[in-house]
Design a protein. Sequence first.
Length: 630
Amino acid sequence: MAQQLQEGCSALQTGDIDMAEQLQEGCRALQTGDLDTAEQNFAAALKAVHGKESSREVGPLLKLSDVYLKRGMLSKDGDDFTKAAALCNAALVRSKTKDQGDIKQTVQLITQSFVKHVLGITQTVDIDDVDKHKTLLKKDRHQVEKQIEKIEQQADPYSLDEDDPNITEVEKRRVEAIKSLFQTILYQRRTLIVCLIDECIKVMCPPPCKYAMIGLGSQATGLVTPYSDLEFAILIDKETENNVTYFRNLTHYLHLKVINLGETILPAMGIKSLNDFYSDDPLDNWYYDSVTPRGFSFDGAMPHACKTPLGRGKPSELIRTPSNMVKLLEDNVTFRLKKGYHLASVLGNVSLIAGEQELIDGYRSLWTKTLREDSRKIPSLLANAIITENSQNFEKHVLSDSLLNVKKEIYRFSSIVVICWALRREIQPTTIWETIAKMQGNGVIDDKNAHHLMVMVSISAELRLRTYMNNHGQVENMSVLSSMPTETDLGGKLRKVFYISNAKQLMRYYFTATPLKRFVSNIIKSPGDALELFDNSLQLKSQIYNSLCDYPNSKVCLEELLQNYKTRFSETSIHSDIVQTLTKLAKACRKSGDRIEAVSYQQQSLQMERITHGENNVHPDIASSLNNLG
């Protein structure tokens, strides 16, 4: 304690008087047991140095950890211990090497204290082998990297010409390889979680009733990555206070072990003095954690998240019998979906992590019965709500030469549309691969469109996976441009971007995603409408090449397109398609550095616009052409 007090108050030597005073006030309050005042002062001290040199945050973070540890000893609430552990791990990643040994001991002390005060176990338990867990995680990720390299070598449809007769078969091989890769990741994730659970149960004693830990989100869709959050709930066969308390404590204990892997960012913990997500004042949510690696962790405490057995607190806990979980799901579809807590979008699709498969089977059976008995009302509500929730991302679903958020702008679109489409056709989603196969088997889509969906989904999942692997965490920055040298003043920021190496892969994604986006509303309103889920038109190609800053290829596509229009409408016709293509050609030529040709195309476009709108009339198209010429 004396050593930490000295470390925490060392800011006096830095000349930061305000911070030093806040630390001293916090230390005094902590010694007298006034934990609320201590937390306020330590949080203020942390705020004073936040965003500066990260090592200066170590002292305040350790003191905040002390507050939550003492609070947990009094409250016997596992939530306080998990916050203490997260704060301590945040200090660890910001600390100097010589100080890390002491901080690691404190982390272990927090776990021992949890076992004593929450679980009521007074005898000494084995110290967690955190390094063993970290090594296993690292080994799993390395295996995934090797498998990605192997796939690239053995199934590369993007090295073939579009009209190559073998391209469909090679695409199928790539899809199967990606599917197998994600099954490997799913197995790795489940193995690690089961290992951690077994360690918890060994200390706690066996569960008092049958249970099933059920995976949600990407764990259930089969698209989980080695860096994905853990979203899960717990089914139990008897919902007594004793049983619920046991699994509540098991969740806290598991959370401690996951936090100690060192990949849980502090905002995910919802510590009110740092990130009060429920405050109307945005200044109350001020702590941003860019230092802690964001990887394998519990789903965050943000209001839109909270997909863990603890939910948003006891009234919304996800520790229930199958029948009560289904009732919660029904209520959520009609009420809470509108309030930003979208349990229904994930609770309808689950997979087994640990425990009894029969509980999951019972839950699925009850949910399927509810869907069928409700005259399709629930599937429609759910599908419409999910589409509405993500409509803004869908609107932004266009290729850009700026940084792309691979999760929001590529991955989420493809997986959500497939899930909603299945729901509208009364197909219960499981893994994304099985869901598409069911849609094909039930005649919702034909074989050709099923292939295109599989290709699109596999590309989107692969791109998200490769982005996370490249950025060593949940950093979703992906660029379609060439990478820049890292020996620049921007330093590490450039290294936190995945630069896609094969433009053809991204183009193939958009060949299906673009027509699918056009038909999203049809899927919801008229699911029987025929779709053609492949568009490799010259218009789309030129748009993608333009976004990739590949202006020579964009120009080639536009010139061919212009000739096609002239053949269709006659050489001398004036048509809006011809005018727009001339304008795009002018831009492509200008970007390529051919200004003379750019002027020629723009003048042709201007001349047609003046004929269309009148030589002396004022019109925005004419103004735009004049501006482009300028």
